[in-house]
Design a protein around this ligand. Structure first.
Ligand code: NAP
Length: 248
């Protein structure tokens, strides 16, 4: 990386789990990382501390990315402070497992608002900052549930299918401006999201993974950092599955 021009990366939902690992991986590669979080300031500060202890630079920013009124100021403030944004990782997402016969409107709204609208809002704001520089990279954290039918996840999988579709469409629209858009589709990864599952559900899922274990957030973070790098300069519109063979 050119030391005279540090790259700026924003990771949404970076206080915990996969977003945290993406932030740390990008920090190690020399990016100045903006750690977005929703409520857990202590956890966000911990991630900042880890990046700084390794010699990197980081900032934290509280914003609910499902709310455009909080997303716009976040991008405006980042652009004001750093002059640009090079990489956006759309990661903040929720899963709410409910069988279709018992599904509540609240679950549908919450999943759509964060997992689809949040990604759209942030992508649009990032693209508006990137297109004048004719360079940028957006990475969407999708899920293997976009490709596999997991009982109880009809809303969640629909949102992740939407993420895959927006990845391809935005990649096509933004390619003329030098902006790449890709996605990663993790399988079961050991984060709070998976820890919250009942033990019998965890065992049932583990039995379906050829590698016989859950993935680690770091294993996703490293792939995201690779996709953000210039080594991936000719990759756009793709969904890279990281699932220990689950979907084979
Ligand atoms: P997690 O451990 O539950 O962490 C969620 C993160 O998102 C936290 O940093 C949280 O911030 C933040 N967040 C939640 N709502 C937010 C909002 N409205 N605005 C901004 N930030 C918000 O989740 P995870 O397992 O790392 O999942 C991250 C992404 O990976 C999601 O998109 C998920 O769908 C996807 N994924 C996960 C798995 C898996 O097995 N874990 C598999 C496939 C895909 P606070 O700490 O402030 O609450």
């Amino acid at each position: 990386m050119d030391l005279n021009e540090k790259k700026i990366a924003l990771v949404t939902g970076a206080s915990r789990g996969i977003g945290r690992a993406c932030a740390i991986a990008l920090g190690k590669k020399g990016y100045t990382v903006i750690i977005n979080y929703n409520s857990n300031e202590d956890a966000a500060n911990e991630v900042k501390g880890i990046i700084e202890a390794a010699g990197g630079e980081a900032d934290i920013y509280k914003a609910n990315v499902a709310n455009l009124d909080e997303v716009k100021p976040m991008f405006r403030d980042i652009a004001k402070k750093y002059g640009k944004i090079d990489v956006l990782v759309n990661n903040a997402g929720i899963v709410k497992d409910e069988y279709v016969l018992m599904m509540t409107p609240d679950t549908i709204d919450k999943c759509l608002d964060l997992n689809i609208k949040g990604y759209m809002y942030c992508s649009q704001q990032a693209a508006l900052k990137m297109f004048s520089k004719k360079k940028g990279c957006i990475i969407n954290v999708s899920s293997v549930s976009s490709k596999l039918a997991v009982a109880g996840q009809s809303v969640y999988s629909a949102t992740k299918g939407a993420v895959n579709s927006m990845t391809a469409t935005m990649a096509k629209e933004l390619a003329p401006y030098g902006i790449r858009v890709n996605a990663v589709a993790p399988g079961f990864i050991g984060t709070d999201m998976v820890d919250k599952l009942p033990e019998d559900k965890k065992k049932e899922y583990l039995d379906t993974i050829p590698f016989g274990r859950f993935g680690t957030p770091e294993e996703v973070g490293e792939v995201v950092a690779m996709l953000a790098s210039d080594e991936a300069a000719y990759i756009t519109g793709q969904v890279l599955v990281i699932d220990g063979g689950l979907s084979l």
